[in-house]
Design a protein around this ligand. Structure first.
Ligand code: GDP
Length: 325
């Protein structure tokens, strides 16, 4: 064989390896149709690896301890993790697949029973969106407007975060992209009066829903909470507020939870939106957050694009988290 033949063989072998690698990468990223594993892959992979290790040890004491640890590592919360594992153990599964099924059932059970439907009964429906800066409030508002307009509803946005000029600009630019009107105030203006103006404009236009963005700075927290209470008071003068949605960054984990206790005191929360679930291996936070705040998760954010907000479905969510287990 000549040196040229060797080169050709080496080239062909390299090509086969490259194509093989490409196929592995392509198929690893694939999920079952309708699955949410794609965006939840980080959590699913981490939980799956830990559970496979646990299952590998058989179904003994150590396994249960490891599973509990894996759930805690995924931010499910210490109490909920213990409760889930205790439930699986007491069902006395005989095989790994029975145990896995029971685990899925128990995790879904932790999230069961809540009413997750977005209330839109007002005329217009009033949706207040609260949360700390950076959690993804503005993006979530745009995504929600997209969902509602996609359902044939007319929407108006209110930019009541007058503290940051950029927040109003950002909301206006989303409004332009979505073809949705935005009412904004002057920087430093009274947020409650912007909220009121947005509601009045929505009424005048006969809009089906008005979604109001609010400030989320954490310093001067007392003022912020007083401001949120005032906005809520003002917009509920002539009719009920349909939803107060707290937007939470899932990747902020348990620390993030500690930051938001004040919001629940300032305004009666009706729903949670967990954002950035695509960027974290700790998607179990959904369970912890619902238990802690006692408010249902209504939507999850799974990316930065306009269509990356999904109604929260516990069954699909848990199946996606356990897809690799
Ligand atoms: P706000 O300060 O609470 O209004 O937060 P923004 O809406 O400006 O969002 C902060 C950053 O988080 C932006 O870069 C968003 O694109 C990003 N973001 C929001 N939601 C998601 C999500 O579900 N997934 C990912 N990966 N990024 C998100």
């Amino acid at each position: 064989m000549s040196a040229n033949d060797f080169d050709l063989i080496a080239l062909a072998a390299a090509a086969v390896v490259a194509i093989g690698l490409l196929l592995v990468i392509m198929f690893r990223g694939r999920s079952a149709p309708g699955s949410e594993r794609g965006p939840l892959a980080k959590t699913s992979d981490a939980l799956g690896a830990a559970l496979r290790r646990a299952w590998g040890a058989g179904l003994g004491e150590e396994t249960w301890a490891e599973i509990e640890e894996a759930l805690v590592a995924a931010d499910v919360g210490v109490g909920a993790a213990a409760h889930i594992v205790e439930g699986v153990r007491s069902a006395r599964p005989k095989t790994r697949s029975e145990a896995r099924e029971e685990l899925a059932r128990r995790m879904k059970g932790e999230l069961g029973g809540a009413d997750r439907v977005l209330r839109l009964s007002g005329d217009p429906a009033v949706i207040l969106v609260v949360g700390v800066n950076g959690a993804g409030k503005t993006t979530t508002i745009a995504k929600l407007a997209r969902l509602l307009t996609g359902d044939g509803r007319s929407v108006l946005l209110g930019a009541a975060d007058t503290f940051r000029a950029a927040a109003g600009t950002q909301l206006k630019s989303w409004g332009d992209r979505l073809g949705v009107p935005v009412v904004a105030g002057q920087e430093g203006g009274d947020p409650a009066s912007v909220a009121y103006d947005a509601l009045a404009a929505a009424r005048a236009r006969g809009a089906d829903a008005v979604i109001i963005d609010t400030a989320g700075r954490l310093h001067g927290k007392t003022n912020l909470m007083a401001e949120l209470s005032k906005i809520h008071r003002v917009v509920s003068r002539d009719g009920p507020v349909d939803e107060v949605l707290l937007v939470l960054d899932a990747s902020a984990g348990q620390n993030g939870l500690a930051q938001v206790s004040g919001f629940a005191e300032a305004t009666p929360l009706t729903g949670l939106v967990l954002t950035k679930l695509d960027g974290t291996a700790r998607g179990g936070i959904v369970i912890a957050v619902e238990k802690e705040l006692k408010v249902p998760v209504k939507y999850i954010g799974v990316g930065e694009a306009m269509d990356d907000l999904k109604p929260f479905d516990p069954g699909r969510f848990v199946d996606a988290l356990l897809e690799e287990a």
